[in-house]
Design a protein around this ligand. Structure first.
Ligand code: ARG
Length: 310
């Protein structure tokens, strides 16, 4: 058995050495070489097992469960700067339920936190979450934090500074108004006092509304409170948090679907250092594995479908 272990380790080392070369080769080439090395190692290991008289069919099935391509992308990602210390340091802004909020134990919790923990598990690294201002997440990537998960929408402007994973959730901005408000169309928003969280896509929408007076907040809930106090006419914020906030004050507020205002749909993705293709492919592979093994759906059910506002 020692011989087999040594062979497997040699294979893993070969794959990770190839992964290190990714900086000079193109990432794709490195990945396919890594994949080939990994499958070669698997062949060697399984023939060694056969030599030792072990029935390898169960092993084969197990290996077949995880896509070998995803597995080699993950192996390669471990050589990225972000993961080389064995810890994925994640930035979030834990004031955005149900995606992130401060849990009963005082630590960040929510769908995004559970998702990034599951990704860390697939990658085989520790996950450390840091709560910070939403507006400083993008500039902290690659220095204070490795990646950010914060219900962050993929935008062309952000793409100039960071790279994004594959999208993991579709969203749209909602408009929160007083329960008795007659606001119903994009034209109705012109010239109003509008609130939003600083640096969010809701903020960017307000920037474009003719004659609007814009009031920005570090926390979206503070905008909602100012709406309740009559200091604002409306708040623009993502659908799910809008529904959570309004459900707490349903006698005073209502949330209107942004489609009525012709707002575009948005995609949430994990932001990471720009052009770190090896990390990006590893995170995408982990995400894909979580979708195929049912974890993703389970987390949507647990954190988003069953979120209770109290
Ligand atoms: N989706 C919006 C954006 O990307 C808002 C995200 C706010 N997230 C948060 N955790 N506060 O700009």
């Amino acid at each position: 058995m020692k011989k087999i272990l040594a062979l497997v380790l040699t294979g893993i080392m070969a794959a990770s050495i190839v992964g290190c070369g990714a900086a000079t080769e193109t990432a794709d080439a490195a990945l396919s070489t890594a994949g080939a090395a990994a499958s070669q190692a698997a062949d060697v290991a399984s023939s060694a097992l056969e030599d030792a008289g072990v029935d390898t069919s169960a092993v084969g099935e197990k290996v077949g469960e995880v896509s070998s391509e995803a597995q080699s992308a993950i192996t390669a990602a471990l050589s990225s700067t972000a993961l080389s210390d064995g810890t994925l340091t994640v930035g979030t802004n834990a004031a955005f339920p149900p995606f992130e909020y401060i849990g009963d134990d005082g630590n960040p919790d929510g769908f995004d936190i559970a998702l990034i923990n599951a990704i860390g598990e697939k990658l085989g690294v520790k996950v450390e979450v840091q709560d910070m201002e939403f507006d400083s997440l993008v500039t902290s990537i690659g220095n204070k934090i490795d990646v950010a998960i914060a219900g962050m929408t993929v935008t062309d402007e952000r793409k100039q500074q960071v790279s994004f994973s594959d999208p993991y959730y579709e969203a749209v901005q909602y408009v929160i108004v007083p329960a008795d408000s007659t606001i119903a169309t994009a034209d109705d928003l012109k010239g109003l006092k509008l609130g939003c969280q600083l640096g969010t896509t809701g903020n960017f929408i307000i920037d474009e509304i003719d004659g609007a007076t814009e009031q920005t907040y570090d926390k979206a809930i503070d905008a909602v409170n100012d709406l309740i106090n009559g200091k604002l006419d409306a708040v623009i914020i993502d659908k799910n948090p809008a529904e959570v906030f309004v459900s707490k004050y349903s006698d005073k507020l209502k949330a209107i679907d942004g489609k009525e205002f012709e707002f575009d749909t948005e995609d949430y993705a994990i932001a990471m250092p720009k052009d770190d293709t090896v990390l990006q492919l590893g995170v995408n592979a982990a995400l894909e594995l979580l979708r195929t093994d049912g974890t993703y759906d389970k987390l949507v059910e647990q954190y988003i479908a069953n979120y209770s506002a109290d």
